[in-house]
Design a protein around this ligand. Sequence first.
Ligand code: PRP
Ligand code: URA
Length: 210
Amino acid sequence: MRIVEVRHPLVRHKLGLLRDAATAPSLFRQVVGEIATLLAYEATADLELADAQIDTWAGPLQVGRCDQSRITLVPILRAGLGFLPGVQVLLPNAPVSVIGLRRDETTLQPHAYYQRFVRDIAGRTAILIDPMLATGGSAIAAIDALKAAGVARIKAIFLVSAPEGLRALEARHPDTEVYTAAIDERLNDHGYILPGLGDAGDRVFGTPEG
Ligand code: PRP
Ligand code: URA
């Protein structure tokens, strides 16, 4: 499985702001968005361009155009919504498909509660968006659903990834291309990433933990 850990100094600086437990939801959301843009920039480095002919002041010119109709952005609800606007800075016209998954904090198994994919999703490149890859269960369930719907290629963007989640994802979907700002140390006994960010959904939405 291709795994790109983006260790750009600005990404590491911004991640440090997110790891600070004192960072309020407003700044947390802003910085999550900024990192999402930087990760999306890396994740789209090999997108194919279509040739287009334009007229310039100096005459006709062939330019490259990104065909966003071949892409779909797929945030995993809820926390993925906090990540979405930062990706849309670069791909503002890519249609959005959503999948709602909630991890049962006892069994650590994801439970699907909502799914709405763009109608013609088959053959598209899906860019899966979630701040956290912990056990990997949620990402695997989302990719199972995307492949069942006929998606051709999957790129996944995570703020923070646990080694356990990367191993699980590689075992089930080795063709996934992963872009992450950090591969952290490990999961704790409750399936939370160490050092991680805590509960990303609660921090994005300002809801009390638990
Ligand atoms: C978090 C996170 C991932 C998932 C990661 O969501 O945003 O989707 O946990 O854990 P996993 O890799 O072990 O599956 P959560 O289920 O807490 O839902 P929320 O986004 O609604 O808070
Ligand atoms: N979900 C989160 O939001 N954080 C973790 O560390 C693990 C799962």
